[in-house]
Design a binder for this molecule. Structure first.
Ligand code: THU
Length: 138
């Protein structure tokens, strides 16, 4: 995992903001964008995509992660998330679990509100005692 400095964080936030404009949110009108950085320096962007049946809705973080995994990426340096709301958008529980499948617990997660006021924490802080592949061993 490569370290992400402040300048890189800002760049990822720019990309996440761009991604947020792709959101499909006729039900909540709450837009989220995510920028996931791979360990080989590529960026995968995601937005939330809602559905009339509600439960099939997918979050921005999972859109970005699933695009990356489809492309064969398995190692990540960090994720930046921005939303259209007043409060910084932290990943939901399901997204925390999906991130934990491929990301180390020390990976930085940047969460921003619409005014680019953000906090950075680690995935391990968001999902301590996560359930992982090792837990399936007999
Ligand atoms: N949402 C995300 O995209 N990411 C999160 O981590 C939290 C929630 C989306 C899903 C839904 O489209 C909208 O925000 C309201 O829940």
């Amino acid at each position: 995992m490569n370290r992400i400095d402040l300048e890189e964080m800002e760049k990822m936030l720019d990309l996440a903001e761009e991604a947020m404009h792709h959101a499909y949110t006729p039900y909540s009108n709450f837009q989220v964008g995510a920028c996931l950085r791979t360990s080989d320096g590529e960026y995968y962007l995601g937005c939330n995509i809602e559905n009339a049946s509600y439960t099939p809705t997918v979050c921005a973080e999972r859109t970005a992660m699933f695009k990356a995994v489809f492309d064969g990426k398995r190692s990540f340096d960090g994720i930046a998330i921005i939303c259209s709301g007043n409060n910084p958008s932290f990943p939901c529980g399901v997204c925390r679990q999906v991130l934990s499948e491929f990301c180390e617990s020390g990976m930085p997660v940047l969460s921003s509100n619409r005014n680019r006021e953000y906090t950075v924490c680690t995935l391990g802080e968001l999902l301590p005692h996560s359930f992982g592949i090792g837990d399936l061993k007999a």
